[in-house]
Design a protein around this ligand. Sequence first.
Ligand code: SIN
Length: 190
Amino acid sequence: MAEGPVAPGDGSAWVFGYGSLIYKVDFPYLDRRPASIEGWERRFWQGSHDHRGTPQAPGRVVTLIEAPGALCRGVAYRVDPAVFDHLDHREKNGYVRHRLAITLDGAAEPVPGLIYVATADNPAFLGSAPLAELAAHIAQARGPSGSNRDYLFELARALRALGSHDPHVHELALRVDAVLGATRRPAEHG
Ligand code: SIN
């Protein structure tokens, strides 16, 4: 398909990943492209009961907050609709699908697509807190998918590989390193 504004005409759809969907790709896809969306900021404001924490001790994972003028970098996948069963299940703890325009790197026009976003009205939403508090929380949380710190570090690493600096993510990674005693490859997250 040529670069351009059109939706895939074959029933497939574009999904934009901005958190673990960037680096944990446990689903088949037809195309994968670095991409960005406008008007949204990534924040560790969503509670995780099922992946990086538990219902008794939730972890913190990213969601998107509307922020006019902001640009959020991530990865877009073109997927067969059958993949949504898997993604809906994976993102079930508070995330809902939301339609929006995705700008694929190198494309002249945005494509229609969707994100999984956890809005402030979902029961697992934790909201804002000072960075020091977020870092202390992330440093100790753990759930069935692994430690909360690894979620953060993997995301920081994946964003760096995309050539993207997200101050919220990278500052948090540095702070979690500090909480852990700065023993864990601190230079990698800066
Ligand atoms: C995403 O990655 O796009 C959604 C949030 C997550 O699963 O970490």
